[in-house]
Ligand binder design. Structure first.
Ligand code: ZN
Length: 478
């Protein structure tokens, strides 16, 4: 009896990932399970309920890196073998719900429901899936669990729907199991817009692979284009009372922010996306208002129809910036633009995102290894001058026709301050990040996650992106 207990303990302690592809072959069957959930609650309170379990196509993910070692995201999915309690798979993610919890609506005690999904390799026998949420100290606590039995004839939906839209490879470098697979979906593209859609996909994929560190790692990616056709051109703009029959349900005005584009029609997005082997989703929206969004391990969105001459580059900025959120869990480093959030980061609490910190301390800062030798911490920069320019910019009406004319000199001045800053290009600990001017710090004076510009990702963000590429693909292998 005692020996049995010791054996179980050893099995639990043994890191699952180190046992290689044999573990995958032993516990999984090669397909994908998707569990659809309802996520309900208000600020400080949440509950997941099970909607349905669906069998999707072949598992597109890694077959060795099954247990998440990156510690990113607000939530953690874990899949354990029910018989032995052995951890087989885990993955961090964030959700529309956890962002919504910081809005005025949730703070006022309103309850809402958001549909979500988690995906994992199809198990050979019964597994227990669990979802855990971080507390203020970033420790995970379980908030949901369910047993999923592949042998249960009722629980798992087995029929595979006919792919709703065609899938076309845009970049193909190898089998999905050893590559980062991105599926690009279009929303608000009517049948007559499909030529534009194909050009848009090429444009944004090129913009991404022009940006360090994606540029150097292009061979580790596959990109799949899903030719999603909407009934009408454009997406919903609630503040202008514009409603369109767009296939994926994306809309502006998420959380009251005119430029924040998300969709809450999770099931539709997932059903359409399931036609492609994907690790990450990008949604291109065929609309002209500046906007986008990105949630870690969910999807990114970006507008594709800039109509103001001379600022088309903003679309490339948005696409790559938002992908930084959804791909590598990067935080916004800016703090001068308004958002719909309240206390997105709690004061004094160290965020999980790799590129913001509450610890302005040379020894404790999480990017200590990348600090420029001898750089002062916190690192002085021209914050007062930058803030005074941004204060004027902040008063401009972003939706006014003369917005860009008025913004131009301010943009030029702000970029000049960043470019000529004493520690420009160096990794330090710069105050102002994560929507707050004080108490949170970013790794460099400028970055794709800071200014509205085509700045590269700074070394800390780049390293986080590369860690994700290494985890999802197999850079040394096939
Ligand atoms: Zn952002």
């Amino acid at each position: 009896m005692k020996q049995g207990i010791v054996l179980v303990c050893l099995l639990l302690l043994r890191p699952a990932a180190s046992s290689g592809g044999e573990l995958f072959d032993r516990f999984f069957t090669g397909g994908t399970f998707r569990v659809d959930l309802y996520h309900t609650g208000t600020k400080g309170e949440e509950r997941f309920t099970l909607d349905r379990v669906i069998r999707e196509g072949a598992w597109p993910g890694h077959r060795v890196n099954l247990v998440d070692t990156l510690n990113l995201g607000e939530y953690l999915l874990s899949v354990t073998d029910r018989a032995t309690n052995r951890l087989l798979y885990s993955r961090g993610f964030s959700s529309v719900f956890n962002e919504w919890q910081t809005t005025d609506e949730a703070v006022a005690g309103v309850y809402r429901t958001f549909p979500e999904s988690v995906r994992f390799p199809s198990p050979a026998r019964a597994v227990r899936i669990a979802l855990a949420r971080r507390d203020r100290r970033m420790e995970f606590h379980e908030v949901f669990s369910a047993v999923i039995d592949p042998a249960d004839p009722v629980q798992v939906m087995r029929e595979r729907g006919r792919p709703l839209f065609p899938v076309v490879p845009v970049i193909e470098n190898g089998p999905p199991a050893v590559k980062v697979d991105i599926a690009v979906l279009g929303d608000g593209y009517a049948a007559s817009d499909m030529e534009k859609y194909r050009k848009d996909v090429s444009r944004f994929v090129e913009a991404m692979f022009r940006t360090h560190p994606f540029r150097e790692r292009k061979k580790d990616f596959n990109v799949w284009r899903i030719d999603v056709v909407s009934d009408e051109s454009g997406i919903d703009i609630p503040d202008r009372n514009i409603w369109r029959r767009n296939a994926l349900g994306t809309r502006y005005d998420t959380f009251g922010s005119p430029r924040y584009v998300l969709t809450e029609e999770n099931r539709t997005v997932r059903d359409i996306a399931s036609a492609a082997p994907y690790d990450f989703l990008c949604i291109l929206v065929n609309d002209s208002r500046y906007g986008g969004g990105g949630i870690y391990n969910l999807y990114s969105t970006a507008y594709t129809n800039e109509t103001v001459p001379g600022v088309e580059w903003q679309m490339d900025y948005v696409f790559v910036h938002e992908f930084g959120h959804s791909f590598a869990g990067l935080a916004d480093e800016y703090y001068t633009s308004s958002t719909g959030y309240n206390d997105f980061y709690l004061p004094g609490v160290e965020p999980w995102e790799p590129n913001v910190t509450a610890a302005a301390d040379r020894e404790r800062v999480k990017w200590k290894a990348l600090l420029a030798p001898g750089i002062p911490v916190p690192t002085p920069w021209e914050k007062a001058a930058y803030d005074s320019v941004e204060a004027i910019r902040g008063k401009l009406d972003r939706l006014a026709p003369d917005y860009y004319t008025k913004r131009e000199p301010l943009q030029t001045r702000a970029m000049e301050i960043l470019r000529t800053s004493r520690y420009a290009g160096k990794v330090g600990v710069f105050e102002g990040a994560g929507y707050v001017a004080q108490g949170l710090y970013r790794p460099s004076v400028d970055c794709r996650m800071f200014s509205l510009s085509l700045a590269d990702f700074d070394p800390v963000c780049s390293e986080a992106i590369e860690r994700m590429i290494d985890f999802v693909s197999d850079p040394g292998g096939k």
